[in-house]
Write a protein that binds this ligand. Sequence first.
Ligand code: ADP
Ligand code: MG
Length: 214
Amino acid sequence: KRKRGEDSLSSLIQRVEDLDLKGSLKNFADLPLSDPTARGLTASHYKTMTDIQSRAISHGLKGRDILGAAKTGSGKTLAFIVPVLENLYRRQWTEYDGLGALILSPTRELAIQIFEVLRKVGRYHGFSAGLVIGGRSLREEQDRLGRMNILLLVMDEADRILDMGFQHSVDAIIDHLPKERQTMLFSATQTKKVSDLARLSLQEPEYVAVHEAA
Ligand code: ADP
Ligand code: MG
């Protein structure tokens, strides 16, 4: 007798493989998403995707690196939260596998906002999430990072991370992460520093820029 859970996981994996990257999808319901994420989005009243979401999430679901640029307020948070939840879910990640995804943000306020979106949309998942704000020495964090299994790195507001002078910290963190990982870098503006960081940290990224309509 086949187990229903295994069937639906392998069919989800197949649907992600079959996802057409050239098509443009309008609603979250059009994406191949797990039941917990689909329910979390509905319960949070998210139905129609914003431009950056409809252009970035499919690539993120397929494990591609992403360089995403779109102005503040365009919905970048869900553009990376949905792939993070899904990619860990499809790999059946559990807390025993350690830290699967790391999200870097420039300020504690933004970190708290991301954490809240993650908790809201991810509420039906079994993952645990932690918020780390300031405090520890970089050396201490590096040693911890080196022992972790991180599969996914997100850098949110990369332009601000760099403008605030965190370049060396970000370089040091990236140095200590596994080379085999998915990296998604989002920013509101496209600066020279951002493209330098992208060149250093992303592998054959999908470049997704949403410009304002003229
Ligand atoms: P950004 O990071 O690009 O500045 P946010 O991710 O913070 O944007 O989203 C801005 C606002 O838009 C938030 O209040 C968020 O809840 C809302 N939002 C994001 N995506 C959607 C969506 N698909 N449908 C409706 N509202 C959304
Ligand atoms: Mg944001």
